[in-house]
Design a protein around this ligand. Sequence first.
Ligand SMILES: NC(=O)c1ccc[n+]([C@@H]2O[C@H](COP(=O)([O-])OP(=O)(O)OC[C@H]3O[C@@H](n4cnc5c(N)ncnc54)[C@H](OP(=O)(O)O)[C@@H]3O)[C@@H](O)[C@H]2O)c1
Length: 238
Amino acid sequence: MKTIVITGATSGIGLALVKAYLSEGHQVFACGRNMASLDALAHTRLTPLSFDIGDKQAVLAACSQLPAIDIAILNAGSCEYIDDAKHFDSALFERVIHTNLIALGYCLEGLLPKLGKHSQLSLMGSSASYLPFSRAQAYGSSKAAVGYLARSLALDLKAHHIEVSVICPGFVKTPLTDKNDFAMPMLITSEEAAQYIYKGINKHKKEIHFPYKFTLLLKLLAMLPNWCWEKLAMRMST
Ligand SMILES: NC(=O)c1ccc[n+]([C@@H]2O[C@H](COP(=O)([O-])OP(=O)(O)OC[C@H]3O[C@@H](n4cnc5c(N)ncnc54)[C@H](OP(=O)(O)O)[C@@H]3O)[C@@H](O)[C@H]2O)c1
């Protein structure tokens, strides 16, 4: 039995991950703010922890209660789009960067002392960071930074025998994407996403990306010259 901590565990991909790890017999510390879905699970191997990841003191206090952790999945995040780039909404930008990136720093400060030799740390990025998308200045920037953070951490935590991976999903049906007003090709369920992540972590993958047809297509498009992608992206956004 392993001890897992998952942030953003109250809905969508995080909640599906909680269920996947519980069903495999692991002990799960599940974090979020709205505890209703976790309380409803009422599982003996599940400990819900309620705190706002944007509140540094709350994060450090919650992490100090944790035992040694085998796997930490820092999944909590939010998404908002910038509708009018010419009138840049810096408050929105700050909100998204704070939740998706700065708060990750709080979680890392609190959790890394709990991660010992042969533990695994997985950060939730996004395949949206492979290419620049229209209206995604805040979300895409935050997730591109998460990708860099994971790869850079992997270098320095290797000496401590802590493996670091980044998770880059395509579109997953969750409360976050239910708000989207555009087509989401190759949309998968949060249960399918959780299985990709579960298997990816078990296989010690450095980058867990899925669904493969979608993420490989994005990786190929990212190899195009920028002018070529700009033309395509403009066509997609009109
Ligand atoms: N769905 C997709 O297509 C997709 C694709 C790529 C990447 N992702 C990433 O996957 C992660 C999970 O997203 P999801 O799609 O599963 O969305 P979701 O259902 O909205 O889940 C977001 C989770 O993050 C938590 N959270 C957000 N802000 C928080 C805060 N300030 N403090 C504590 N918890 C907070 C939420 O908890 P509370 O509601 O309880 O606060 C919730 O459990 C996000 O990082 C997202 O960017 C999603």
